[in-house]
Design a protein. Structure first.
Length: 209
C-alpha cells in the first residue's frame, strides 16, 4: 500500500537523479548531426559545377533528312558568265523538246559536247519508245553556278510536262546538276546529273536526264 507520509516515501524511495543521462543523449545527437552535416558538405562540394546538357545520339540532328549534295569546287560565276551558262542550258532543254517534236536530234548538237549529245539522243529515243510524244520545259529555278577555270557547275530545278501517245499527261520537277565546259568561247553542257531521282527499271527517263 502507499505510505501515509510523503516524507517517508521520499526517504525510502529517493527520486531518480535527472540531468546526467539526458545530457549524454543530447550530446550524442549533436555529434551525429555534426558528422552528417560534414558528409553532406563534402558531397556537395564535389558535384560538377558545369551546366548539364542532354546527350544526343550521333547524327541525331540529321536523322530523316536528305544528305546535301557536295559543294562544287570553284568560285561563284560573275553576272555575264552566269547568264551565258543559263542560256546554254536553256537552249539545250528547248532543243531536246524540239528534237522529240520533229524527230530531229541534230538540233541538240550546238549546245552539248559530242559525248553528251549522244547521251541525249539515246535519252530521247528511250522516251519515244515508251510512248512519249511531246515534252515541254515549263519552268527553271536556278541555284548556284560555280566556275573553275574552263569548267562550270550549275544547279537548276526544272519542271517538265510530258504527253504520251494515249493522250495522258504528267508533270515532274527534278533537280539537275549540270557540268559545262568552255569550247571556242562558248559554254557547252558536258553532263547532267539528277541526284534526287530514283529511276525504276522499265520506266522512261525524265526529260533532261
Amino acid at each position: 500500500m502507499l505510505p501515509s507520509n510523503a516524507s517517508d516515501w521520499e526517504v525510502s524511495n529517493p527520486p531518480p537523479k535527472k540531468g546526467r543521462r539526458g545530457f549524454g543523449g543530447l550530446a550524442l545527437m549533436l555529434g551525429l548531426l555534426i558528422v552528417l552535416g560534414a558528409v553532406v558538405f563534402v558531397a556537395v562540394t564535389r558535384l560538377p559545377t558545369g551546366s548539364l546538357s542532354r546527350a544526343t545520339a550521333p547524327n541525331e540532328s540529321a536523322r530523316g533528312q536528305a544528305a546535301p549534295a557536295p559543294a562544287a569546287a570553284g568560285t561563284p560565276a560573275d553576272a555575264a558568265t552566269q547568264q551565258a551558262i543559263q542560256q546554254a542550258i536553256q537552249q539545250l532543254d528547248d532543243a531536246q523538246a524540239q528534237a522529240i517534236a520533229t524527230n530531229n536530234p541534230n538540233v541538240m548538237a550546238a549546245t552539248a559536247t559530242p559525248e553528251f549529245y549522244q547521251e541525249q539522243v539515246a535519252t530521247n529515243q528511250d522516251l519515244v519508245d515508251h510512248g512519249v510524244t511531246e515534252v515541254k520545259l515549263i519552268k527553271i529555278e536556278w541555284g548556284d553556278i560555280v566556275v573553275n577555270g574552263n569548267t562550270a557547275t550549275a544547279t537548276a530545278w526544272e519542271t517538265w510536262g510530258t504527253t504520251f501517245e494515249d493522250g495522258t499527261t504528267e508533270q515532274s520537277r527534278d533537280r539537275n546538276v549540270y557540268t559545262l565546259v568552255q569550247q571556242n568561247g562558248a559554254w557547252k553542257v558536258q553532263a547532267d546529273v539528277h541526284p534526287d531521282q530514283q529511276q525504276n527499271p522499265g520506266n522512261p527517263a525524265a526529260p533532261g536526264a
